[in-house]
Design a protein around this ligand. Structure first.
Ligand code: BGC
Length: 250
């Protein structure tokens, strides 16, 4: 029997959900996308998640990612979403909008990391893996043999006196109109710091910009192998759906 889950990925511009085949990591049916309400307050986002579940006619537990630290179900940070998320009990919030539904909330990069470790590059399946997602911020997931150590916030590690994501996210590349070469030099600097302190066996690089990995990954000078993420924009949804079954919610 096919094991099926449902995952929702909350991003800065879109909230996306889909049924996921948990044996293959593929979507079953269509991905549903609704633009992220602005301001992206907890109630507005939770209502949108409920809308997606309703459209999909999904009757069971749901995994939901947020770009936040989530400890004991409480949202502890809100780097690129509405600040009113901080301190919110995710369990209570979603119980209000999805009554009777078991909801598992986890960090977006953690979800992506878990998905990549299971369905991505073979190098990511075992060992000490560091997944990095380059987008509005830099998300991170540390995995050992596919099991995540949740809520690492390495995008906020201080490099050259600044948050790493303020020098090397893909948003910064756009804002400062950096060439791939200039941006890769910044990513390289940040990844040298991660390598020096964590010594992973492999880096997995994700986020939209990993689609153009050939333009910047070869420019990196770190010793550790770097592989592009393979699930593309599926990773968050797949990881969220997996979290339900694995009880991965921190
Ligand atoms: C947030 C992380 C998140 C990452 C990617 C960072 O700014 O602090 O929690 O995983 O962005 O969205």
């Amino acid at each position: 029997m096919t094991r099926i889950g449902f995952g929702i990925d909350v991003g800065g511009s879109g909230i996306k959900g889909a049924r996921v085949d948990l044996d293959t990591g593929e979507f079953i049916g269509e991905r549903i996308k609704i633009f992220t309400p602005q301001p992206a307050t907890p109630d507005a986002v939770a209502a949108t998640c409920a809308e997606i579940v309703k459209i999909a006619e999904w009757p069971d537990a749901v995994g939901i990612t947020l770009p936040s630290v989530i400890k004991n179900k409480v949202v502890l940070s809100a780097a690129n979403i509405d600040p009113s998320w901080v301190g919110i009990d995710s369990h209570e919030l979603f119980a209000k909008h999805l009554p009777g539904t078991d909801v598992h909330v986890l960090n977006d990069a953690d979800a992506a990391g878990v998905a990549e470790a299971h369905f991505g590059d073979p190098l990511a399946k075992s060992g000490a893996v560091m997944m990095l997602t380059f987008g509005t911020g830099i998300g991170s997931a540390l995995l050992i043999d596919g099991v995540v150590f949740p809520n690492t916030e390495l995008g906020h590690m201080i490099v050259d006196g600044q948050d790493a994501e303020n020098i090397a996210s893909s948003r910064i590349k756009d804002v400062e109109e950096l060439s791939y070469k200039k941006w890769a030099a910044r990513v390289d600097k940040v990844m040298h710091e991660y390598e020096r302190l964590f010594n992973p066996t492999v880096f997995v690089v994700g986020g939209g910009i990993s689609r153009k990995a050939d333009k910047w990954v070869p420019l990196l000078t770190i010793e550790t192998p770097v592989v592009p993420a393979q699930l593309r924009n599926r990773a968050g949804i797949v990881g969220a759906a997996m979290a339900v079954e694995a009880g991965l919610h921190p």
